[in-house]
Design a protein around this ligand. Structure first.
Ligand SMILES: Cc1cc2nc3c(=O)[nH]c(=O)nc-3n(C[C@H](O)[C@H](O)[C@H](O)COP(=O)(O)OP(=O)(O)OC[C@H]3O[C@@H](n4cnc5c(N)ncnc54)[C@H](O)[C@@H]3O)c2cc1C
Length: 392
């Protein structure tokens, strides 16, 4: 079979009827009108770094021709980008204006719109996911009409719905980011036993702007990583485990080996207990797993579908090599997450359905109502999303 498109991990493959790369909002509008006439499902690709079946064999749209800075207002620390811009293309642009993103995740290959749309996040108990850095956006609806959503007054709920909506309300064409003054970060990596990690975790989380750890199941040790704002304003490798650099260069790491991933969010106070249960599961039932568990913290958020809506959280993710079967392992891990009423990351593998989301996400029903108003004919819904939204 000829493959027209596949995601980063190779788990999602599509032979599409049409792949469109518009250069402007007007062109995108035309494409949506034509797709509606043909009764096509329309889905948008960012960088294809999500692991779940977000896409379609009908009309696939990429905004790779809609990239770059539209406007920058350094005084108010705002910058507007075309939604197809990749995170690794905006750091230098912002730095020249004396600005930077407050927080970023493990990599910077994602498109801004894709990262925002799934609630992608970094770590830091005082920091929220990337979608929280959005001040306003342009959203194109299924009929080709463009809406500007700025989050002020009565539009606040709309922005809270649109910023984490994985293309189910419409296609984001422009995003305005709320930024902070450019800063350097000091990175430190070290290793701890699980016992020492557990004893010190609360202090470490409180003392560091960003704290995370990777648990290595084979060594049964925790590889700790902290990031803090540095007063040294130059890039410097201090040692093998310590360095200083511009924030947007320190946040991302290389992920050369491909994998599949599942991730859930639990209440901040329950994070460590949940981690210990998953560790025990791996040691007893999946002793051959070599890929780490990743443990991060996040502050409560207001996006309707954010995995951290209304609660300070810990996120825990499990990985498996891209050519290995992951279903059995991930569904066992998910069984533990379910006991903690955990919420899945939208871009990562999970088996949750409509009823599960109603149970764990306080604003899920409200989002479903808004989605129906935006896209009553379900133009942006494929079978996977219909399962999530409980639509036959
Ligand atoms: C190696 C690797 C590392 C990762 N690290 C992290 C991490 O540190 N933290 C974290 O939280 N996640 C992480 N992820 C997950 C990743 O950030 C998310 O899956 C993210 O959504 C991917 O962005 P993307 O541009 O590839 O979007 P895609 O995967 O292409 O799309 C994601 C969703 O956004 C929608 N979308 C894309 N563009 C638009 C648009 N213009 N308008 C409306 N909807 C749109 C798509 O339709 C889809 O539903 C990682 C994934 C990988 C593969």
């Amino acid at each position: 079979m000829k493959v027209d498109w596949e995601n980063w991990s190779g788990s999602q493959i599509h032979k599409v009827k049409e792949k469109k790369l518009p250069h402007s909002e007007d062109e995108l509008s035309e494409i949506l009108i034509q797709a509606a006439n043909q009764e096509h499902t329309v889905r948008t690709i960012g960088s294809g770094h999500s692991f779940v079946p977000f896409w379609t064999d009908d009309t696939l749209i990429s905004l790779d021709n809609m990239k770059g800075l539209i406007d920058c207002d350094p005084e108010n620390k705002l910058a507007t980008f075309w939604a197809g811009s990749k995170l690794n293309e905006i750091g230098d642009v912002l730095w020249r204006e004396g600005l930077a993103m407050e927080n970023m995740g493990d990599i910077d290959r994602q498109s801004i719109a894709g990262a925002v749309s799934t609630g992608t996040h970094g770590t830091g108990q005082g920091l929220r996911n990337i979608s929280s850095q959005i001040d306003s956006l342009h959203l194109m609806e299924a009929g080709g009409q463009l809406r500007s959503i700025n989050g002020a007054g009565s539009q606040k709920e709309l922005l809270d719905a649109a910023r984490v909506s994985f293309g189910s309300l419409g296609i984001i064409t422009q995003l305005t980011l709320k930024l902070v003054p450019a800063y350097y970060l000091h990175e430190r990596n070290w290793s701890l036993s699980v016992e020492a990690c557990g004893e010190n975790l609360e202090n470490l989380i409180n003392e560091n702007r960003h704290l995370e750890f990777f648990w290595d199941p084979q060594a049964d040790r925790c590889l700790m990583k902290s990031l803090n704002v540095s007063s040294q304003n130059e890039e410097k490798k201090i040692s093998e485990s310590e360095s200083v650099g511009r924030s947007y260069r320190i946040f991302p790491t290389d992920r050369d080996l491909r994998f599949n991933e599942t991730e859930f969010t639990v209440d901040a106070e329950q994070g460590w207990d949940c981690f210990l249960e998953i560790r025990e599961l791996i040691q007893k039932k999946h002793p051959k797993v070599r890929w780490p568990l990743e443990y991060r913290t996040l502050k409560a958020d207001t996006a309707l579908l954010s995995s951290t809506t209304q609660k300070d959280s810990v996120t825990i993710s499990a990985h498996e090599g891209h050519q290995r079967d992951y279903q059995y392992y991930f569904s066992d891990v998910e069984g533990i997450f379910r006991q903690f009423a955990a919420r899945p990351h939208w871009g990562k593998i999970h088996l949750y359905e409509y009823g599960d989301f109603q149970r764990v996400m306080p604003q899920f029903q409200r989002f479903c109502e808004i989605r129906k108003q935006f896209d009553p004919r379900g133009r942006f819904l494929n079978p996977f999303l219909k399962r999530i939204f409980g639509i036959d």
